[in-house]
Design a binder for this molecule. Structure first.
Ligand SMILES: [Zn+2]
Length: 242
């Protein structure tokens, strides 16, 4: 927290000094962020790895029932996601990712690129290297990262509640040990089982707005004691009206 606060203060100081001799530097040009630093303002029509990095971090803001593509192309869906992110944090909602938006993201992300309130160990209680699942270890780890950014958006929308995770990435061995479905998204790294407060139904209902293509909760077989979210697969939580 102190580390993040320090970075935020540094970012604010930088913002105050971005116009030098009439030349306005682009967002965060000199920002020393431990994870990723954007070097230009991004708006609709832009493309590249910096757009993809932005998309990962606003993946939790696609709107109801939608999933944001992580294709590095800043189209209308990315613009809408940026607007929702800006609205969620009280920023001018212009759909353009500039210094204010990037500074908010810098404040939200840890040095390993995970969002402030989630971590890799929380998403992998199975093994230490993300191996043994249905995809490569690096893909599983990346999929978990994207799910974390979606969960960060969801927890903020719920009033910054603490969201507890009972199970996420599983190798085939870990999946078998807990009796997981043979095609479980836990094998891909993006499946996450949520427990605790708020209620399972509240979690399932809110998840519909944050980029989860799969939501399984109360009323779906074997899902009365948690709510499962993942990137793809469809929704079913009959006891929650889903
Ligand atoms: Zn699950």
């Amino acid at each position: 927290m102190i580390r993040r606060l320090g970075r935020l203060l540094a970012a604010l100081a930088l913002t105050a000094a971005t116009t030098v001799a009439g030349v306005t530097l682009t967002a965060g040009a000199a920002q020393a962020d431990g994870c990723y630093t954007w070097g230009r303002t991004l708006s609709q029509g832009a493309s590249g790895e910096d757009v993809r990095q932005l998309q990962i971090r606003v993946a939790g803001y696609p709107g109801y029932g939608a999933v944001l593509g992580l294709d590095g192309a800043f189209g209308p869906a990315t613009r809408s996601a940026v607007i929702r992110f800006q609205q969620a944090y009280g920023l001018p909602a212009d759909g353009i990712a500039g210094p204010q938006t990037f500074n908010r993201l810098y404040a939200l992300q840890d040095d390993d690129c995970t969002p402030a309130n989630f971590s890799y160990p929380e998403l992998n209680k199975c093994n230490s290297d993300w191996s043994g699942g249905a995809v490569s270890a690096s893909t599983a780890r990346f999929n978990a990262l994207v799910s974390m950014w979606k969960l960060q958006a969801m927890r903020h929308a719920l009033g910054d509640v603490s969201i507890s995770i009972s199970s996420s990435f599983r190798s085939y061995a870990c999946n078998s040990a807990v009796g997981g479905a043979s095609n479980s998204r836990h094998l891909y790294g993006d499946g996450v089982d949520l427990v605790g407060s708020p209620s399972f139904c509240r979690l399932a209902q809110q998840a519909r707005y944050h980029g989860f293509g799969q939501i399984l909760g109360p009323g779906y077989p074997d899902h009365n004691d948690h709510t499962h979210v993942a990137a793809v697969g469809g929704w079913s939580a009959p006891n929650c009206g889903i």
